[in-house]
Design a protein around this ligand. Structure first.
Ligand code: ING
Length: 309
């Protein structure tokens, strides 16, 4: 049996500080048209898809960064995207900076079903980087300054004929991310990312090693939880700061099924058989048969390392 979900990974090239939401949405609509032409059921856009990766810019007063945030979703700037997705009967996911009515700031992604309804929301839990300006770094990565850790956990939703979850960028490096969704039976994890091509604290770590760790993290998460992983980049040079590409779709065996080359706007469409997750979930990663939770206590009992005395 096959349950095919045809997914379009919609990579965005660079978004400059000067670009408006309307200009970005117009680019996203062009990608949705391309996805429709290839019969995609679901389109996945990157992390912070509506703006430049603004956590690279330091503001003494954090409120000066609030203009990068969306105070409502949908809103007039993105409404054309929702309207077209509903017209195309296409599911959609994208990331954006969320400012809640209570004044909380999250790095968020949403899942929109084929009727255009927002059925899922995820708020980034693993925030990388730092809070204060760090002169030692070649560039700033101030996600801990501008966002709070997510407060929604790692949910999975039954939609589009399968079990779909989301995470965001740095989350993909943490096995707990995938396992919590794996324990809900996830069959496809959607994640957007904005990854600087160089390590701000280790000049020697460049694009090649960054891409290696990216693929390693996706393949491990997919294989160890028998799930598809759809990873979508915002890439290219944003105001002199380079973000890597690496948009790809990884199958439930941890194999890379499809890759999009380059750093420009583009769609990567692949028919994902959700039933390809069954073998792994029913054999080597049949959690209920193999896991030994009586030995896993430290994973949730402690945050950092406690070395033996
Ligand atoms: N970006 C990077 C990422 O996790 C990073 C930050 C890069 C952390 C490399 C560690 C190593 O891909 C975001 N936005 O999380």
């Amino acid at each position: 049996m096959s349950r095919i979900l045809t997914v379009a990974a919609a990579q965005l090239g660079p978004i400059q500080k000067s670009e408006t939401r309307e200009q970005v949405v117009a680019r996203m609509i062009k990608l949705m048209d391309q996805a429709k032409a290839q019969q995609a059921d679901l389109i996945v856009y990157p992390e912070l898809a509506l703006t430049t990766f603004f956590p690279r810019w330091y503001h003494e007063d954090r409120a000066e960064a609030d203009h990068w945030f969306e105070a409502s979703m949908p809103n007039p700037a993105v409404q054309p995207l929702f309207d077209l997705a509903r017209h195309y009967k296409m599911g959609m996911s994208f990331g954006y900076a969320e400012l809640t009515p209570e004044g909380q700031h999250f790095n968020t992604s949403i899942l929109v079903d084929k009727s255009g309804a927002i059925i899922g929301k995820y708020r980034k839990i693993h925030l990388p980087g730092h809070v204060e300006f760090d002169p030692e770094r070649t560039h700033q990565h101030l996600e801990k300054r501008y966002f709070e850790p997510g407060d929604l956990g790692f949910p999975v939703w039954r939609t589009m004929g399968g079990l779909i979850g989301m995470c965001i960028c740095n989350d993909r490096r943490w096995p707990e991310t995938y396992r919590v969704m794996g324990l809900q039976g996830v069959e496809m994890v959607l994640l957007g990312f904005n990854t600087p091509s160089v390590n701000s604290q280790r000049a020697g770590e460049g694009l090649e090693q960054r891409l290696f760790h990216h693929k390693l993290s996706l393949a491990a998460g997919a294989y160890q939880n028998a799930t598809w992983v759809v990873a979508v980049a915002k890439a290219g040079d944003e105001d002199g700061h380079h973000l890597m590409g690496g948009t790809m779709i990884v199958d439930p065996n941890g194999e890379i099924a499809a890759v999009l080359d380059g750093e420009a706007d583009g769609v990567l469409v692949h028919p994902c058989d959700l039933d390809a997750t069954r073998f792994g979930k029913e054999t080597i990663f049949d959690f209920k048969r193999h896991r030994r939770i009586e030995h896993y206590g430290p994973i949730t009992a402690q945050v950092g390392v406690i070395e033996p005395s």
